[in-house]
Design a protein around this ligand. Structure first.
Ligand code: NAD
Length: 384
């Protein structure tokens, strides 16, 4: 796993500088979010409690409102008090946000959770590098909808997604054109510095893994992908030990289903990464297995890759793996607690290995005891 302290400079005057050797007191903004957010966050905090109890460290948990729930309470999806505590925090632990399709219409378009909270958070902290591990050991291949012969020795991919550029952040305009037709105009823009910093991190990550990097692009259509690929080729000269393979994004979608084991590190622009990482969750068997880290020059936030799953909210059945895995990534990348992070990954896997899972992973014919969100968290704690 990539370590934040190795990639990024220490804090700026606006954010607390971290003394990596002595600092044992961390402020964490806790933003449960919407839907299943509070249920899976509760399990993540149980795990954080264990880590705190057995290490010379304190975690100052600073709860904040974020997303649709914040909008209903304050009229703002990313309220000022939440901004203030995120500014103060050494790291941010964030649950998923968002509402179902119909409910979302109650909130004005600009305040809807992604536009009103998530993108502003990414912009504020310039969290440009999004790490999305896609991991399923062979022993758990029965969770995947893919055949065992395709899963082989298991899936272990790191998707590195650019997170603050491209069409999600470009200029947007809607209106009625001179032919009286409604139109929408959105700009996909990257400059070379935005691409280069993500590409550097992807190569660096590849060096720490199998030294294989897939550049996912759409150079046959998009000029931005041509620039992206040029920068990949230039950077490859600085990393002669990394083998680079270029793959069109549409082909990559197919290859992820037909032969996911060929991939190790995949790097791509913002929207491609959004879509392909959800597909990657699909090949694991559930989006509930997808944690992530969103890393910027001064701050990082950690969140499940998935949304707020309104279809299963308040039922105590959501899979907390993604949220607990996000804690592991935070401990490793923001606080340098690599060993505890490894312990958490191992504890998560051991719960599955003992024959327990949440209902999202249950399949007809699999011999698995289904447990609730809370019971899954308790078993992780017991394993720790
Ligand atoms: P979703 O990711 O919430 O759910 C897709 C499917 O995966 C659903 O069937 C859901 O039940 C399942 N699922 C997701 N997480 C799970 C978990 N931990 N355990 C078990 N099952 C899980 O996608 P959606 O339904 O399209 O979106 C719901 C809302 O989430 C929307 O408002 C969307 O905009 C928002 N969203 C937010 C984020 C974020 O906060 N970063 C990311 C994606 C979507």
């Amino acid at each position: 796993m990539h370590s934040l302290k190795n990639v990024l400079p220490n804090g700026t005057p606006d954010s607390p500088a971290i003394d990596w050797s002595f600092m044992k007191h961390y402020k964490i903004a806790i933003l449960p979010g919407d839907g299943i957010g509070s249920e899976i966050m509760a399990e993540a905090l149980k795990v954080l409690d264990v880590v705190e109890r057995r290490n010379p460290v304190t975690f100052d948990r600073m709860p904040g409102r974020f997303g649709a729930s914040a909008w209903f309470e304050t009229g703002n999806s990313f309220p000022d008090d939440t901004i203030a505590l995120c500014d103060k925090a050494h790291a941010i632990l964030k649950g998923p946000i968002g509402l179902g399709h119909e409910e979302s219409k109650v909130i004005p378009i600009e305040e809807q959770p992604e536009r009103g909270a998530l993108l502003p958070m990414r912009r504020r902290y310039d969290t440009f590098a999004n790490f999305r591990p896609v991991y399923l050991p062979a022993s758990l291949s029965h969770f995947s909808p893919l055949k065992p012969e395709i899963i082989g020795n298991g899936v272990d991919i790191m998707i590195v997604r650019e997170l603050v550029g491209g069409i999600y952040f470009g200029k947007k305009e809607t209106g009625v054109n001179d032919r009286g037709l409604r139109y929408a105009h959105e700009v996909l823009e990257y400059d070379e510095s935005l691409i280069k910093r993500t590409v550097d991190i992807a190569f660096d990550t590849a060096m720490k893994r199998r030294r294989l990097l897939h550049n996912i692009h759409k150079s046959n259509v998009l000029k931005s992908s041509i620039l992206w690929t040029e920068i990949i080729d230039e950077t490859a000269k600085e990393f002669p030990d990394v083998e680079v393979r270029h793959m069109l994004v549409d082909a990559a979608a197919t290859h992820l289903c037909l032969d996911p084991c060929q991939f190790d590190v995949m790097v791509m622009e913002n929207m491609f990464g959004d879509i392909l990482s959800d597909q990657a969750g699909g090949i694991l068997g559930s989006l509930g297995l997808m944690p992530s880290a969103c890393v910027g020059p001064q701050k990082a936030y950690y969140e499940p890759s998935h949304g707020s799953a309104p279809d299963i909210a308040d039922k105590n059945i959501a899979n907390p793996y993604s949220m607990i895995g996000s804690v592991a990534m935070m401990l490793d990348m923001s606080f340098g607690m690599t060993e505890e992070a490894a312990n958490i990954w191992q504890a998560l896997q051991s719960v599955f290995a003992s024959g327990y899972s949440t209902s999202d992973l249950s399949k007809p014919g699999t011999d698995c005891t289904i447990v609730s969100t809370g019971e899954f968290g308790d078993r992780v704690v017991a394993a720790l």
